[in-house]
Design a protein around this ligand. Structure first.
Ligand SMILES: [Zn+2]
Length: 228
């Protein structure tokens, strides 16, 4: 009976693919089969000299950098992230994280990750949105990588809002004081993956990595759902 009711409800309000907005079949979750295959994957986790890693070279000493998808304005990937960030569909983060985490676990650069932590949102933004979108991606990744997950590993301190018009250097200066750690001893000797939703200039992840790398014996890699 319950199954019949849920079938009836999904007939009126079908679950949609958050990338292309088409109706989903029962076995599909968040993404339709077509999008699962055809969204533009970077496969950066297979090549440590990828374009994204090079973005960080000479800036911060990270092990590896990768993103699941390429990000373009007006694309299906942007639609997917919009649903995750602004429409309250946190489950997208978990679903994508789990798929990508399983792929990363087969990469020699990511298979030994111990801990996954999200880039923290500014407290004001967190209050407004109610959740940190990167946290759900981190949770899924940790599951796929068979690693631990620590939602509040890093904290956000200074105000760092509205930075879209600033230069990269200005942004870095602004970001540099924006992050802190609650329990540095927790990270001792760990191989940590810091995750964000979208990487554009890399300055946010750079600032987070800088803070973690103050602890001896810590290795840092970064990953995101997409990179511009
Ligand atoms: Zn789709």
């Amino acid at each position: 009976m319950i199954s019949m009711i849920s079938d009836f409800i999904s007939l009126i309000y079908p679950d949609i693919c958050y990338a292309c907005d088409c109706s989903l079949y029962k076995h599909e979750k968040c993404l339709c089969t077509f999008c699962s295959y055809h969204l533009p994957k970077t496969n950066y986790h297979l090549d440590n000299g990828n374009r994204l890693s090079k973005l960080f070279w000479g800036r911060v000493n990270i092990q590896s950098a990768s993103a699941f998808y390429h990000f373009d304005k007006g694309s299906k990937v942007q639609n997917l992230i919009h649903h995750l960030k602004y429409k309250g569909h946190q489950e997208i983060g978990k679903v994508l994280g789990l798929i990508y985490g399983k792929e990363l676990s087969k990469s020699e650069y990511y298979k030994d990750i111990d801990l996954v932590i999200p880039v923290p949102l500014h407290p004001k933004k967190l209050k407004k949105r109610g959740y940190n979108q990167s946290d759900y991606f981190a949770m899924g990744l940790a599951k796929g990588l068979n690693a631990s997950w620590l939602p509040n590993g890093l904290s956000r301190t200074a105000d760092s809002q509205s930075q879209t018009l600033r230069s990269r250097f200005d942004r870095w200066q602004n970001m540099n004081s924006a992050f802190g750690m609650r329990n540095p001893q927790k990270f001792d000797g760990l191989n940590v993956l810091i995750v964000d939703d979208v990487i554009t200039t890399g300055s946010t992840l750079e600032a987070c990595a800088e803070v973690l790398l103050l602890i001896p014996n810590v290795k840092v890699s970064v990953a995101a759902i997409a990179c511009a």
